[in-house]
Ligand binder design. Structure first.
Ligand SMILES: Cc1cc2nc3c(=O)[nH]c(=O)nc-3n(C[C@H](O)[C@H](O)[C@H](O)COP(=O)(O)OP(=O)(O)OC[C@H]3O[C@@H](n4cnc5c(N)ncnc54)[C@H](O)[C@@H]3O)c2cc1C
Length: 414
């Protein structure tokens, strides 16, 4: 793999950019791999990457029914933060956030990580207390956050209206090293690094069946033939229920559409991410100048990758009181993804009832931020059978009633 550098850019500029190689290879599938990962989203690719990097396991195929990063990874609003309430969540999200800090250097590929800061607004007395509690929990967990006053919120976000008649801004939970990254670049960076280790990324390869020998997995059936494996990782977000069904077990998970929209591009006006969880909306500004706006999930289960008009309207209406300037913006485009939501709003990183099959899902509306940490932990789980980052997120928690409840702490859990 050629090294990307300023020198390489200059060299290629002099020869009409004819010397760049493809970022990743597109090989034909082999008959057998040590490990197959289903799903080339961020979590699947990161798992493969850390299997190779941390455990030397490189006879790996990542099978993707569409194009890599074309699922939720390429459809999200890219918020990265780790200000969760429960200890297991803070551990995995903070590991992830800290890996994001140096991911561009690790990959030699710019993922445009921008630690611009994230504020979660407190707009009711109850929310003030809730976020103060989260700030205290974060201090114990080693996650740097602080509860800030309305005046400080205004200083950081001059375009905000603090005195909304229904929901005045009473303060906010501020994480200064939280931020955003370019979502496609995260997928592409992992893919390039996996390919460089000799792993096979096979796009347009849909898994349609899972074969077993008794209780043990033996491989998968795909639209490009049968492929055998010793271990199988299912990392397919909103399609996890289908894949579990193919393997013969059930998951406590729902699939729903989550959508977002961007406005027309405008001059720079907000250089951090603001989440207003009471009214259910959040906003940041992209490098192109678009206001990136997201809200909650559709209120019914579905598999449409688009979302409904009424939800876009609700989200914008929710934000107008706090950001009056939104009322003057034109919407440029809207899109949706199918997210996989668990009852306690925490992920599942687990062995399954089938020997050799592991599942990584349930990131719901907030898994982009978790990609490096999840890949790190899930690779360890697949390689060694357990991982300190994942052990609490096993499927057994649903049998034991040992929930990791982030539904309130995470609010609009992006
Ligand atoms: C509108 C929106 C906004 C969001 N905002 C944020 C945010 O701001 N911050 C945040 O942290 N998170 C956010 N999220 C959530 C985040 O995007 C997801 O949690 C995360 O991207 C999940 O990554 P993944 O790799 O698990 O899944 P995906 O990226 O969806 O990848 C799964 C892949 O599996 C493939 N697949 C499915 N079935 C098969 C099959 N049978 N065979 C082969 N391949 C298959 C799919 O094609 C897909 O590419 C948002 C999501 C949406 C939709």
């Amino acid at each position: 793999m050629k090294h990307y550098s300023a020198f390489a850019v200059a060299r290629e500029a002099l020869r009409y950019h004819m010397g760049w190689e493809r970022a990743w290879a597109s090989p034909e599938p082999k008959k057998k791999y040590d490990v197959i990962i289903v799903g080339a989203g961020g979590h699947g690719l990161a798992t493969a990457y850390y299997l190779g990097k941390n455990f030397g396991i490189t006879n790996v195929a990542i099978l993707e029914k569409g194009w890599l990063g074309g699922g939720n990874t390429g459809r999200n609003t890219t918020i990265i933060r780790s200000n969760y309430l429960q200890d297991p969540s803070a551990a995995i999200y903070e590991k992830s956030r800290s890996l994001y800090e140096t991911l561009s250097q690790d990959f030699n590929y710019n993922i445009m990580y921008s630690p611009r800061g994230v504020i979660m607004l407190a707009q009711t007395e109850h929310e003030v207390r809730g976020y103060q509690r989260t700030a205290h929990a974060n201090a114990l967990q080693g996650v740097t956050t602080e509860f800030i006053s309305p005046a400080r919120v205004k200083e950081i976000v001059p375009i905000i209206n603090l005195d909304g008649p229904r929901y005045p801004v009473l303060g906010g939970l501020w994480q200064a090293r939280a931020g955003t990254a370019r979502h496609d670049a995260v997928a592409w960076g992992y893919a390039r690094a996996c390919s460089a280790m000799g792993m096979h990324i096979i796009q347009k390869c849909e898994v349609t069946g899972i074969s077993r020998d008794g209780a043990k997995v033996t491989g998968v059936t795909t639209n490009r033939g049968d492929i055998a494996c010793d271990k199988l990782g299912l990392v397919v977000a909103g399609h996890s229920g289908h894949l579990a069904d193919m393997a013969g077990f059930r998951l406590p998970i729902e699939s729903v559409a989550l959508q977002a929209l961007v406005s027309e591009p405008i001059k720079p006006c907000m250089d951090c991410v603001v989440m207003a969880n009471t009214v259910h909306g959040y906003m940041s500004q992209s490098d192109k100048g678009e206001m990136v706006i997201g809200g909650g999930t559709d209120g019914y289960n579905n598999y449409t990758q688009r979302g409904s008009f009424h939800h876009a309207e609700e989200t914008v209406r929710a934000l107008v009181e706090t950001f009056p300037m939104v009322a003057r913006l034109k919407m440029l485009r809207q899109w949706g993804g199918i997210v996989d939501v668990t009852g306690d709003r925490s992920p599942i990183l687990s062995k399954t009832p089938v020997d050799g099959i592991f599942i990584n899902c349930g990131w719901g509306t907030g898994g982009f931020k978790a990609i490096p940490g999840s890949g790190w932990g899930f690779a360890e789980l697949m390689a060694k059978g357990h991982s300190p980052l994942c052990d609490e997120f096993g499927l057994d928690r649903f049998y034991q009633g040992r929930f990791i409840d982030e539904s309130v702490a995470a609010g609009v859990a992006h």
